[in-house]
Structures are given as C-alpha cells and as structure tokens.
Write a protein of this length. Sequence first.
Length: 150
Amino acid sequence: MPEAEEVDVEIKQSDLRIDVFRSTGAGGQCVNTTDSAVRITHIPSGIVVTCQNERSQIQNKEKCMQMLRTRLYEEELRKQEEELGNERRSKIGTGDRSEKIRTYNYPQNRVTDHRIGFTTKNLDRVMEGHLDDIINALITEDQNRKLKGE
C-alpha cells in the first residue's frame, strides 16, 4: 500500500471520532486493565481504522492516523483515476487498435479523419505541419458532442 504523507492528505480533527478501548487477545494481565486500543472513525468518508498492536495508546493512535491517511489517499487516487477514465471515454473515438483514425491518400492529395468524417484536399500542407484545419474540425466535433451530452 502506498503510504500517504501528512502533506498529501489533510485531516481535520473535527472530522474524527476517536474511541479508546481495552485490547483483546493474548498479552497478559496488562491487556485487560489498560485502555490501549484505538479506533478512529473519519466521519465524512465513514472509514474506520482500528489498532491494538502496540502497548501504548499514543503509538496505536499514530498507527491509526497513518492507516487512515493511507486509506483516504487511496480513495482520492481512485476517484481521480475514475474521473480521468470517464474523460478519456468521452473523447472522440475509442482508441481501439482496429479503429481507423485517418487515411492519407497521396495520389488524390487527400486526408480523411474517419472518427468525425472530415476530409481535406491538402495532404502536402498537412505533411508540412499545417494541421489547423484538422485540429479545428476535431475541436468543433468535440464541442458538438459535449453540447449534445454524449
């Protein structure tokens, strides 16, 4: 798991509910008499982290905060990747290998972009780097699709 630094994830103390309780399991009489286990609940996200590995309540709380930061960081990364994936899917074309993007026809001096059905008769200028016509057509098609809500 990637560990999040304090700088990566900002956690407000007001968003936390910290519960202290007695540890369970083997460990001798000290386990039953001291409240060393810690449970931290992040209220906005509902994430609950519990730690009772260390003998000290302070150490358990530090480990809980580290685990909570890591989980919140992972959740934020997942959301960003999901948004990026949605944005990619909304772009023109799917990017599949079988999908034909453009045809460059030298004998007819023609360039056709199959994703949007755009054809221009100046292949020589396109090959020299003058892509303004194609780029403007792609931008126009993208804006039209966004207006339609696709």
